[in-house]
Design a protein. Sequence first.
Length: 255
Amino acid sequence: MRLTPLKVFLAYISAILICASLYFSITGIFKDVITFGDSLYFSVVTITTLGYGDFLPISTTGKAIVTLEALLGIILMGLFLLSVSNQLIEKEERKRVDAAKENLKAQYGAWKKSIIYSLLFLTEPGKSVASDLANQLTDVNRFRDYFKKDNNARWYAIANNLSSDSYYSNEIVHGLEGLQNHIETFISITRVGEPEVLKQLTRYVNHLRGMRRRELNHHDDQKGFMRDLWSILAQWDFSSGNHDKDILLDAINKI
């Protein structure tokens, strides 16, 4: 059960009322008969360890209750301060995690635009690229439609122009490295505690690492690289085809 200031406060109030009821209902605790108001006052004074001395228990039972209430008051006050401290720490931690999430989302968005921009240059090397086209193609449906047009002619053109000697091919590889570093930093900063989310992010990092290791001048590696890149940008996999779920954003939003 999670400890909160409200729960401790309610326990504190409950202890006051319970002890006040005991002081009022058990005879012989005090020399004189007291009202419930007097017993409530005495309970508050006791649990806060103020001890004014205007009421004094004379029976063993009364002294035992007073002792237990005073100790309980010290414990509950300590728990209250601890819970307030933990709540403030959790609030700051949540701010830090949220900031890290927004930063990774921004880095991921910038990465996608940069990668798509390089892909557009590889489609027709030497030709200029419309400044807003890369932004438009960050939408997964537009991306699919654009590169699947004419039987995937544009996507095949990229594959044919992909080479470790190509500037824009290397830009794509460097971009993969940058995204991998951002995700690894995010995992470290946020100290991801959910096993499934951590597993999801780790798989994503390993996927990027595997793509970077491919030799772009080798035909089989080139095909694998293009397939892996399509799986990220077009949100596609072998088992389900187009799944319309951005795996990285899905993992980030679960934290």
